[in-house]
Design a protein around this ligand. Structure first.
Ligand code: BF8
Ligand code: SF4
Length: 663
């Protein structure tokens, strides 16, 4: 297939200066991106699909359902609400499956590390001990690897567990746990909930949309409080719990005189191995022999977030720029594993010397080179991949790196970091955050998570975040939303003075933090669950997550993982707003999701296409929660300023961390 000549003139969906810059260059003139793909298709989205009422669950269909038209139910009699809830549930199951399969790989890697088999070590012993406590594992007098092995095996057992409840549910507030038990949505085993949801959405099984959504919630909770949380915690123990560090987000992190390798996907085992291998003498010598000054690794999508958070390695691109970074012609190899890797990257790479290297047997691609990443020989596999990439350096032809738009970011805000920066090492606490919410300096907390989407402008995240912080709402960001906010300059501490309302700006300036805190990848949304639980435990903001002045959004969601995430937040008591949801084809199901669900879990879904209105709805929800808590009036509470914080042993962030290999 030949790539058509397309420029980016007139496309108002692209606002990122680097993206525009690259697409305007001669080197990118033959590159067709998904931005153009949206236009080229020339069709608006199918109304049945968008409304969630196209059923193709059996071969009597596909059946397009028109709500309220008796002849337009499914051939089997399935109603609009049954079909819409089944489709929604299947998205949850698929999203949860992606997260849980990722988590399983991380648990396998963790067990190998504990056995000393893959070159990784147990780095965060304090976190190992705290997780051991959650799982009832004895730590006294035991070697860290022995504890880790028992923890890894117990975690692995949670995937296949058939009865009982997942261990980490007990980290939730007591009131939340009691509610889950009462309505019967406590996950029993991780895999079981995905399988049961797929079964119940099969033709002719669960045809009561409310009953089905209970399983939808149970499956989503198995993702959030089960697999994703497990993945985040074990990854932290193995690779280190993130601490704030400075780095860069932009396509311009590519380097003229180095072998540029972008790492794209999700599971950090591969990325960590590449980071280690890229610092080995033999690899650096090979790069020099090829005429390069070094090896420059740069992240894309959630892998980018993982290595940014833990190593300060720059992020070249979020989901929406994965083709653009290749269009520079300056990438020797894009190494990919699983999830969110568009097939189009193989086509774009054909115009250049770039190789797309698939590394996981679960995810191969026509036109890509496959080098299997063997987790138990992690370093050797990583070196094989790097060797191939280095071999491409001499073949680099005409290229363009947009170096002038690079933006500094501070990332690495794990839940532990938030605890620490507020209270110091010895009095780590959420008390200052709760106090600042109670006294009104911080109005509330908003989670911005999830994807980019080529159907929408690339500045939606920025618009929403600016509106939120302007109204003193602290933003916690993950996934490609966090990358987008980094591109917009909102992950810099200076952004507080530039864009935040006076209360939030005062708090951020005292702590030295940005008004938007980067908390990691998509699986790291589990950090947000723990952060909200801590806010409840600290006191003064109610007894459950549903009492907190918090709200969540994935404003331009793309992946089914975002649906699973949204549902586990809703089932945890959070108000979650997306730009759209595939539910509008059923009045009953829409009413249930947007209004009635709140009576069940205290959380609910909402929709709003306009970014500013979406932010305002989040603020309105936060204000309603403040009103219910009786903290809607300004109170004269003490702000923990810099001096007080120093006394506590904390202090503002300094320019710690590295900016990646070769710096
Ligand atoms: O898991 S935010 S586009 S990269 S799905 Fe994908 Fe969405 Fe990005 Fe990460 Ni999450
Ligand atoms: Fe149609 Fe029912 Fe088959 Fe769905 S399950 S395709 S509604 S007949």
């Amino acid at each position: 297939m030949t790539i058509r000549k397309i420029g980016c003139e007139g496309c108002d969906n692209i606002t990122c200066p680097s993206t525009k810059d690259v697409l305007e260059q001669d080197v990118a003139k033959d590159v067709k991106t998904a931005f153009h793909g949206v236009d080229d298709r020339g069709m608006s989205a199918c109304l049945f699909g968008s409304g969630g009422v196209c059923c193709r669950n059996c071969n009597m269909g596909p059946c397009q359902i028109i709500d309220g038209v008796p002849e337009m139910i499914g051939i089997c009699g399935a109603t609009a609400e049954t079909v819409a809830s089944r489709n929604f549930s299947r998205a949850i199951a698929a999203g949860a499956a992606a997260h849980t399969d990722h988590a399983r790989e991380m648990v396998h890697g963790f067990i190998s590390a504990a056995k000393g088999q893959n070159g990784n070590e147990i780095k965060d012993v304090a976190k190992l001990h705290s997780m051991a406590k959650v799982f009832g594992i004895e730590t006294e007098g035991r070697d860290k690897n022995e504890i880790a092995l028992e923890l890894g095996e117990k975690c692995l057992a949670e995937f296949g567990q058939q009865d009982g409840t997942l261990t980490m549910l007990k980290r939730a507030p007591a009131k939340r746990q009691a509610l889950w038990e009462k309505i019967g949505i406590e996950p029993r085993g991780i895999d079981r909930e995905v399988v049961e949801l797929m079964h119940r959405t099969h033709m002719g099984v669960d045809q009561d949309y409310q009953n089905l959504m209970l399983q939808g919630s149970r499956c989503a909770l198995a993702d959030g409080w089960g697999a994703s949380m497990m993945s985040t915690e074990l990854t932290d123990i193995m690779f280190g719990t993130p601490v704030p560090l400075r780095s860069i987000v932009d396509i311009g992190v590519l380097k003229e005189d180095q072998v540029n390798i972008t790492v794209h996907g999700h599971e950090p085992l591969l990325a960590e191995a590449l980071c280690m291998a890229a610092q080995e003498e033999d690899m650096l010598a090979l790069a020099k022999k090829a005429g390069a000054r070094g090896i420059n690794l740069a992240g894309v999508c959630c892998t980018g977030n993982e290595i940014l958070m833990r190593r300060g390695i720059p992020v070249a691109a979020g989901f929406i720029q994965q083709e653009i970074v290749l269009a520079t012609g300056a990438v020797e190899a894009m190494v990919v594993d699983v999830q969110c890797i568009m097939q189009s990257v193989a086509e774009v790479a054909k115009s250049f010397h770039t190789d797309i290297i698939t590394t996981n047997y679960r995810a191969k691609m026509e036109g890509a080179l496959h080098i299997q990443f063997e987790e138990e020989q992690a370093l050797a596999s990583a070196k094989e991949i790097l060797t191939h990439a280095i071999g491409n350096f001499k073949k680099r032809g005409k290229h363009y790196i947009p170096e002038s738009k690079k933006l500094d970011v501070v990332a690495g805000f794990s839940h532990e970091t938030i605890n620490y920066i507020q209270g110091g090492r010895f009095r780590a606490s959420y008390r200052p955050l709760n106090d600042n919410i109670i006294n009104g300096r911080i109005r509330g907390v908003a989670a911005m998570v999830g994807c980019d989407n080529y159907k929408y402008p690339d500045d939606v995240h920025e618009k929403i975040a600016k509106e939120l912080i302007k109204h003193d709402v602290l933003v916690l960001a993950t996934g490609c939303s966090a990358t987008a906010l980094g591109r917009s300059g909102l992950l810099r501490p200076e952004a507080a003075a530039e864009f935040a309302g006076p209360g939030l700006a005062e708090v951020c300036e005292a702590l030295g933090t940005p008004p938007v805190l980067h908390m990691g990848s998509c699986v790291d949304n589990s950090r947000l669950l723990i952060a909200t639980t801590q806010m409840v435990a600290e006191g003064g903001l109610g007894e459950d997550i549903s009492d907190l002045p918090v709200a969540g959004t994935s404003p331009v969601w793309m992946s089914e993982k975002a649906v699973a995430i949204g549902q586990y937040f809703v089932a945890s008591g959070v108000y979650v707003i997306f730009n759209n949801l595939p539910i509008s084809g059923s009045k009953k199901f829409s009413k249930y999701m947007l209004e009635e669900h709140e009576q069940l879990t205290g959380g609910k879904w909402d929709m709003e296409a306009d970014p500013i209105k979406l932010a305002q709805k989040m603020i309105k929800h936060i204000d309603e929660k403040r009103e219910a808590l009786g903290i809607n009036k300004k109170q004269d509470r003490v702000l923990f300023d810099m001096d007080m914080r120093r006394d506590l042993g904390g202090g503002p962030l300094t320019g710690v961390g590295c900016a990646g290999p070769g710096q």
